[in-house]
Design a protein around this ligand. Sequence first.
Ligand SMILES: [Zn+2]
Length: 393
Amino acid sequence: MVTEMPVQKKNAQEQRRENAYQVIDLIRRENEGVTRGRITEEFGLSFPSASKIVEYLKEFNLIREQQGTGNNNKPVPTYFLNSNDFISLGLSLTRHGLQGVACTLSGTVLEHFELKQNGDARQILMDAAQRLSVIRKNYEKKGTRVLGLGVGIPGLLDTEEGRVRYAADYHQLEGMDIITLLSEHVDVPVYAEQNTNVAAFAEKSLGAARGLREFLYLNLETGIGGSLFHAGRLYRGENIFLGELGHASVNPEGPLCDCGNRGCLELYAGKNVVDSKIAQNPQNQEEILAATSRDVAQVLSPVVCFLGLQDIVLHGSLVDDYSIIAKQIRQELRNSVIPAQSPRIKIHLSPLGSSAPAVGAALWLGEIALFNLKGPFFGLHDPKIPIRMDGVI
Ligand SMILES: [Zn+2]
């Protein structure tokens, strides 16, 4: 498969960083190391161009070389990420609390902690900042470079300003300057992104969407949200109201939602709603789950039809706790699209668990810090993110 390098007008240095970023992503996806031949094959590059990228990454100690065996038993240099010298930090705030991680470049989680939601968003962020600051100091003492902190936020985030515009059940976060708050306390560059976006990035790098260029990620929890990867990049849209499939109405006459709309999908298919319906009528579990699947498919099918999507990654406690629901959603979706498209629709279950957004935030946003890039964004809404490079590259 030849994956095109992104065609955007860039100066030579930006292009080199972008290429380096893509190669790091490739090495991470392929656990067994990558040869220059593999890089040429993936990106359609010439051998000298692949060698230049490899030299660039070696210069900054981001990859290490090991002799592998190629055709005819000839020794072939194979490249792995140099996980020992760099880590990045990740945080994810959810309705239940907060998860923090420290990850290597390959996505191995070295540190993990959880804090329970205590109703005080600022306090929980401060507690997390303190934990992360200790982790940062410990790793820096050992000579490890801490690249930055990525923060996954529930709800709508204005990535230009790093401020939360809307967070259901976390209204305290709204308007808060999370980037300044955390960067002052952890003393690393901080980047914020919506939870679903960073979780989708984790799926693309380490999980169910590894190697996929086009996929829709859907998180099914009490809140429901999605992300779209197009041509290997996160689709950004033109405004902050992105990915909010949970607030697509499935019943215009339905009850009023916290967002101001009526009959939103979350009010019918949110995990807490489904749990309580089943608790009240356990004998009707099958029908309740079937109706939930229909509601989810009702929102997904126009998206799938319009975009010609084939791969959908489902993640969250709704699919974890009710194993039948993923199959039902697939069936409902297949029933609601053009019959010729039906067999192509594949549902993938996330293998990453609840720490996926924190891990995704660490990996993605750590790399933004590393390469001084604006990130793998697609669309008009590039965030103005603060960069502190300390001359790494
Ligand atoms: Zn709503």
